[in-house]
Design a protein around this ligand. Structure first.
Ligand code: NAD
Length: 475
């Protein structure tokens, strides 16, 4: 059992509002408990983080910050199996996928451990008699709120760069899934980070999440989740005049031209929508396909979709359940609404027996790009097939959504690959592949309503630091 407590100022402490049950979505039964926290806990965490930033942590060299992050990477790697099991039980993701995620949290700490002492300012040629340089300085206390779909990965993604840059952090994972994250904190908490450097507060979004988003003592807020809450976060940040990073999902197109290698595209297209039961911000949820290869490719997709194995996370399925009953109902309603609007279900996998919140992967045919299902994030394994005529039509459809997170272009024509890539409005564009956010090294984030700010890669360090320009008049 993981601790049903918060980690504040270097100590494990009870939540001020009691405890919350966590559910295992594969079986609709209790998976564990977490602390239920509120304003009081956030106040204590922010106070501790500020003291760490102004004290020991603020004085820790970049070299030593890197060492601590590297120790974190190592301890996480040593405990990959345990973390993966917890993550799988808590989120419903298949164990093999949870193992990848548990390895990736370590990879984030590893990457930013190496980056900590390699991120620096410039010298700037100025007038005679002056020396001018810039420093990249930490912002202070950073707040982090993540969702339930990739708890371990997102913990690494948001915390490791903030810590590498020298910020002290207050972190709130999602109430639907965070047992593995609490365990990761238990492991990291014993490595010698000065008290207050890392603080964990768990509980409900409207209680502890809102308290953190509203807290005047935070210097930067990073949020991944729904657009509705993202707007609230931004409003709160406006009240306190502080920067915010928002990652709010997408409706990402996979554009397939008639010269594409269809055999190579097929498994990638399927995986991009079924991975994590479609509960991925960068899911490839719109298949934008050239009319003259439509039937051939769709026939292959139908065959694949029917064979996808859905089941409890520990039964080695291709995909597990949806995170909770509310989200399951939301996905079901999306499909009903699309059918009522004239779209057809071309294929659906089998729904397993049992109490888990299962939704079978569903292929929706000849969807109009203006329709509700083509324009809104389903957050489930539902692929909308949208045919196009020519390159201009493909670009128009790819861009004709409010989101702009990622996209893929499948073609053997290099010129076309460059033209279409340049024309697509998205934070990441793949050619003949799809990365669902890509590796730790690759900057990631949205355009348009997918949000702004960049995570991953060196780019993430710019978001959690400010430039200080030093101008020395030495005559
Ligand atoms: P959500 O936005 O409500 O929750 C995300 C995080 O925000 C959680 O940690 C939650 O506790 C916190 N939160 C909720 N209300 C808050 C508030 N008022 N102030 C501060 N924090 C708050 O998302 P959800 O309800 O879990 O999922 C709903 C939809 O959001 C999904 O169907 C999907 O479309 C989208 N979503 C997107 C992502 C993504 O990766 N971009 C992830 C999860 C969900």
């Amino acid at each position: 059992m993981t601790k049903a407590q918060n980690f504040i100022n270097g100590k494990w402490v009870d939540g001020s509002l009691g405890k919350l049950d966590m559910l295992n979505p594969s079986y609709d039964r209790k998976a564990g408990e977490i602390a239920r926290s509120g304003k009081e806990d956030v106040d204590a965490a922010v106070k501790a983080a500020r003291a760490a930033f102004e004290g020991m942590w603020g004085k820790t060299s970049a070299e030593d910050r890197g060492r601590l992050l590297y120790k974190a990477a190592q301890v996480l790697l040593e405990n990959v199996d345990e973390l993966a099991e917890l993550e799988s039980k808590d989120t419903g993701k298949p164990l093999k996928q949870a193992k990848t995620d548990a390895t990736l949290i370590a990879r984030y700490f590893e990457f930013y451990a190496g980056a900590a002492d390699k991120f620096h300012g410039d010298t700037i040629p100025f007038k005679d008699g002056y020396t001018v340089y810039t420093q990249r300085v930490p912002l202070g206390v950073t707040g982090h709120i993540i969702p339930w779909n990739y708890p371990l990965q997102m913990t690494g993604r948001t915390l490791a760069p903030a810590l590498a840059a020298g910020n002290a952090v207050v972190f709130k994972p999602a109430e639907d899934a965070c047992l593995a994250v609490v365990r990761a904190f238990e492991l990291i908490s014993e490595l010698g980070f000065p008290a207050g450097t890392l603080n964990l507060v768990t509980g409900l979004g409207q209680e502890v999440g809102a308290a953190l988003a509203n807290h005047p003592g935070i210097d930067h807020m990073a949020f991944t989740g729904s657009p509705e809450v993202g707007i609230e976060i931004m409003k709160n940040s406006a009240n306190h005049i502080r920067p915010v990073l928002l990652e709010l999902g997408g409706k990402s197109p996979q554009v397939i031209f008639n010269d594409a290698d269809l055999d190579a595209a097929l498994p990638v297209v399927v995986n991009a929508i079924i991975q994590n039961a479609g509960q991925t911000c960068s899911a490839g949820s719109r298949l934008v396909i050239q009319e003259d290869i439509h039937d051939e490719f769709v026939d292959k997709l139908i065959e694949r979709f029917k064979k996808i194995k859905v089941g409890p996370a520990d039964s080695d399925p291709d995909i597990g359940p949806i995170i909770n009953k509310k989200q399951l109902k939301r996905v079901e309603d999306f499909v009903k609404r699309a059918e009522e609007a004239g779209a057809t279900i071309l294929a659906q996998a089998e729904k397993p027996e049992g109490d888990g919140y299962f939704f079978p992967p569903t292929l929706m045919g000849r969807v109009n790009n203006d329709s509700y299902i083509a324009q809104n994030e389903v957050f489930g394994p539902v692929l909308a097939v949208i045919p196009f005529k020519d390159e201009a039509d493909a670009i128009r459809i790819a861009n004709d959504v409010e989101y702009g997170l990622i996209a893929a272009v499948w073609t053997k024509d290099n010129g076309r690959a460059h033209r279409v890539t340049n024309a697509i409005h998205a934070g990441q564009v793949y050619v003949n592949g799809y990365g669902a956010g890509g590796g730790v090294e690759l900057p990631f984030g949205g355009m348009k309503k997918s949000g702004f700010g960049r995570e991953k890669g060196f780019e993430a360090l710019y978001d959690v630091t400010a430039v200080k320009t030093v101008v020395i008049n030495h005559g």
